[in-house]
Write a protein that binds this ligand. Structure first.
Ligand code: SF4
Ligand code: SF4
Length: 450
């Protein structure tokens, strides 16, 4: 993607934000106005048993079993784990190891689809009395049974996140509608098309946590979403909409908390250490569907964009459809196609296989042209300090890079705070020497002795 700050961009400095960060070209216009379309269920779904952070699920079905839409396929494999359900009716053809978006082979169920359930009918009105009727425990159990995880990319099981220890009371819940990665519009479209469900899910989160205050954080480049979310919040005096400056990585959990509340999550700490919990928009909609209608998480909304795809759009996709199914629905690859990325261009992962399945955390499929991808040739560090200037966590990326080359783990851990890096990629984006700093940092984190 284009590497330098968008020309002529005027940031509104009066809006709340965090220090430093970058403003890459947004490319949001490609899919911003495209209403969510339903991807018809393909003839086969590939459903991996690892779609979240934590222990992989334990399959409860076998090869040859017939399953119906919504049936449990796998149960929690530990405390930090979740469930997986069938997104269609059919027969389990195989359980085997297949390529996964994480770049490894993972145990996967191949489901031959006999019947496309379509999208389960949603009642016209949201029954808000459900929230008054249900106890906190019952809401939590519906969330757990639905197999909900953080759908912004992290994939942390939601029912675990919503049970902080009693020593960490949650005062403020934050609904994160920033979606700061270029190209992505899934949360934007959900806020526009499912605003009431987003707010309902967020209120369910607040009830479970006992949070008295709810802040809905939205970047300033989503005025339509902000206006509709504001209307959906009418009558809820405990909710406020906070419009944040459009800047990357505004949607990073720690950045959103800092910008929206002024609270800084300590190094190595969690949002609950400063009395907050952050929920994502897609996750909130899934929570609403689970609490209102006991609906398991079998589908998700994602953006397909980039100049390498013919008709960019936003799709509601059954979990287990392949990346290729989504691209084909969007008109197929254009002659410009150069790189395939899962997620956003800043933090996403490049893959080469179109048969990899969509999982619960797949927020985007990007097919970039050579011009958009545009990685410069790498040269030696010129000590310009741009990476240091832009790091939102005030780290020293050039020094981390240097000490990572030497594998000096003590300095990396104790002096350079390697583990605090959120891998946002801002440092690599601004580096004029084209050094892939974030990739070096990821490798160093993986190699760091425990
Ligand atoms: S060092 Fe880490 S947190 Fe800082 S800019 Fe680079 S990737 Fe982002
Ligand atoms: S931005 Fe690149 S060239 Fe400049 S100091 Fe950082 S690593 Fe070196």
């Amino acid at each position: 993607m284009g590497r330098y700050f968008e020309k002529g961009y005027q940031t509104n400095k009066t809006l709340k934000s965090f220090p430093q960060g970058i403003h890459p070209h947004e490319y949001k216009e490609q899919a911003q106005r495209e209403a969510i379309q339903v991807l018809p269920t393909p003839s086969q779904l590939l459903i991996p048993f690892r779609q979240h952070i934590g222990a992989p699920c334990r399959p409860v079905i076998n090869r040859g079993d017939s399953v119906v839409y919504g049936q449990l396929l796998a149960e929690e494999g530990g405390f930090v784990s979740t469930r997986i359900h069938a997104a269609a009716t059919g027969r389990i053809k195989l359980l085997n190891l297949r390529w996964h978006v994480n770049g490894r082979k993972e145990l996967t169920a191949e489901l031959d689809v006999a019947e496309d359930p379509g999208i389960p009918r949603t009642p016209d009105a949201v029954d808000w009395s459900v929230l008054d009727r249900l106890e906190r425990k019952e809401i939590l159990s519906r969330i757990q049974e639905a197999g909900i995880v953080g759908m912004g990319g992290a994939g942390f099981p939601t029912h675990v996140k919503l049970q902080p220890p009693e020593t960490k009371p949650i005062e403020i819940a934050i609904l994160n509608g920033c979606e700061c990665e270029p190209y992505l519009n899934a949360d934007n479209r959900l806020m526009i098309e499912r605003s009431e469900l987003s707010v309902f899910g967020f209120k369910a989160v607040m009830k479970v946590l006992g949070a008295k205050t709810g802040i809905i954080a939205i970047e300033s480049n989503k005025p339509e979403a902000a206006s509709l979310m504001k209307s959906a919040c009418k009558g809820h005096n405990d909710l406020t909409i906070s419009i944040l400056q459009t800047k990357y990585p505004q949607g990073g959990e720690k950045m959103t908390i800092l910008a929206a509340t002024g609270r800084r999550v300590p190094e190595g700490g969690l949002p609950m250490d400063v009395g907050t919990v952050v929920s994502n928009i897609g996750t909130s909609v899934a929570i609403a569907e689970a609490v209102l209608w006991n609906r398991p998480l079998t589908h998700r909304v994602l953006t397909v964009a980039g100049s390498g795809v013919k008709k960019p759009g936003n799709l509601l996709v059954p979990i287990g459809a392949t990346i290729g199914n989504c691209i084909e629905f969007c008109g197929g690859l254009s002659p410009d196609a150069c790189a395939l990325i899962i997620g956003g261009p800043m933090m996403g992962l490049a893959i080469t296989d179109l048969d990899v399945p969509v999982i619960k955390t797949t927020s985007g499929i990007l097919v970039l042209s050579k011009e958009e991808y545009g990685l410069p040739d790498e040269s030696a560090c010129i000590r310009c300090a741009r990476c240091v200037d832009r790091c939102p966590l005030s780290l020293l990326p050039s020094q981390i890079y240097r000490y990572a080359q030497r594998q000096d783990w003590d300095v990396l851990k104790k002096d350079l705070h390697l583990l605090n890096c959120m891998e946002c990629g801002s440092c690599a984006y601004v580096c004029p020497a084209g050094i892939p700093l974030v990739q070096h940092i990821r490798v160093a984190k993986a190699l760091l002795p425990k």
